[in-house]
Design a protein around this ligand. Structure first.
Ligand code: TA6
Length: 300
C-alpha cells in the first residue's frame, strides 16, 4: 500500500473536517472539527488525545496536565495504543505496553462520513525502532471515526512467516466528575484478575466502584461497559469488539504520586476502562492473518 506521508507544510483540509496541526510540544497532530464533534489525534503513538461531541459540555477523554509531549514518549491520557504486549509482559527491558504507543505513525488519509463524521486512517509498519523489540514483520492500521460517537479500530496484520501471539489494549482514559462518585456497570458477574492482590482471581458482584487503587483485568467481559457519572449526569458507553478482556484502572493517591507525568491530585478526575486482549486473552495470528480490536465510545 503506497504510504502517503503528509508533509508538514501542507495542512490537510478535508472539506473543513480536519487539518494537520502542531500540538503541545510541537508534535504533529490532526485536528478534527465537524458538525458532530471535535478531536485531536497525534501521529506520536497514533494517539487520540481529545474527543468531545458538539452537544457535550465536557471532553469525554481525560489527559493529564503533566503529560509528556515529546516524540517517542507516551502521552498520559486519551487512548494509548498498547501493542504487541500489555503492561510489562514484553521482552526484558522493553517499554511497558509495547512499541505502538511511542512510535511515529503515518497518515494514510481522511474522508467525510455520510452522517457528517470524519474517518481518519493512520498506519504503522515494522521499522527499525520496532524491530529492536519485536522481530516479527507486521502492519497496523488505526481507523478512527469521529462523530456522534468515537470509533477506534486497531487492525493488526501478521506479516511474518510464522504464527505470532500478541496482547494489547486500547487503553482509554475517561474524564469523570469524581472517580469516587462514578460506577462502572456491565461487568457484573465477570471474573477478574486483581493485579494488586498477587493476580488473585475474583468475582465482580454489582457495579465497579473506586474506593482505592484499582487495577483489574476482567475476563470474558461482555460487549458494553458503562461509566455512570452522577456528578456530571452523563453515562459513557464503551462498546468493544474483538476483545475478551476489559481492564479497569484508577491509580488513586500513592501511584499517582509515583508517576511523573500524572498530577498528584488528578486521579479523582479520571478512570480507565480499557478494551483489551490481556492476560489469558492473548491473540494468535497465523501468517498473513489479521485481527481487529475495536471500541465505540458514546455519551448516552
Ligand atoms: O492498564 C492499567 C495499567 O497496566 C496499570 O498497571 C498502570 O501501569 C497503567 O496501565 C499505566 O501504565 P503506564 O505504563 O502508562 O504508566
Amino acid at each position: 500500500m503506497p504510504r502517503t506521508i503528509l508533509a508538514m507544510s501542507h495542512p490537510l483540509d478535508l472539506a473543513g473536517h480536519c487539518r494537520l496541526a502542531t500540538g503541545p510540544g510541537d508534535l504533529p497532530c490532526i485536528h478534527v472539527a465537524n458538525d458532530l464533534a471535535a478531536a485531536e489525534i497525534h501521529l506520536n503513538g497514533g494517539h487520540v488525545a481529545h474527543y468531545q461531541p458538539r452537544n457535550d459540555a465536557r471532553p469525554v477523554l481525560w489527559t493529564s496536565g503533566r503529560s509528556h509531549w515529546e516524540a517517542g514518549q507516551p502521552i498520559r491520557g486519551g487512548i494509548p495504543v498498547c501493542w504487541p504486549w500489555f503492561g510489562d509482559s514484553g521482552p526484558e527491558g522493553a517499554p511497558a505496553h509495547g512499541i505502538a504507543r511511542t512510535a511515529r505513525w503515518h497518515w494514510l488519509g481522511a474522508s467525510a462520513l455520510a452522517d457528517g463524521g470524519t474517518r481518519i486512517e493512520l498506519g504503522l509498519e515494522d521499522e527499525a525502532g520496532a524491530r529492536r523489540w519485536w522481530l516479527h514483520p507486521f502492519s497496523l492500521r488505526l481507523v478512527l471515526g469521529v462523530g456522534h460517537a468515537l470509533d477506534v479500530a486497531l487492525q493488526v496484520r501478521n506479516r511474518a512467516a510464522e504464527a505470532v501471539t500478541w496482547t494489547g489494549a486500547l487503553h482509554s482514559y475517561f474524564a469523570v466528575s469524581d472517580a469516587r462518585a462514578v460506577r462502572v456497570e456491565g461487568l457484573e458477574g465477570c471474573s477478574y484478575i486483581d493485579r494488586l492482590d498477587h493476580d488473585a482471581v475474583k468475582l465482580q458482584t454489582g457495579p465497579v466502584r473506586f474506593r482505592a487503587e484499582t487495577d483489574r483485568i476482567y475476563r470474558d467481559s461482555g460487549a458494553t461497559a458503562w461509566i455512570v457519572d452522577e456528578g456530571w449526569k452523563r453515562r459513557i458507553a464503551v462498546t468493544k469488539r474483538g476483545s475478551g478482556s476489559t481492564v479497569v484502572w484508577n491509580p488513586w493517591v500513592a501511584k499517582s504520586a509515583r508517576m511523573p507525568d500524572f498530577g498528584d491530585d488528578e486521579w479523582t478526575g479520571m478512570c480507565c476502562v480499557e478494551t483489551a486482549r490481556a492476560g489469558e486473552d492473548a491473540c494468535t495470528l497465523g501468517p498473513g492473518e489479521g485481527h481487529e480490536l475495536g471500541v465505540t465510545i458514546a455519551v448516552d
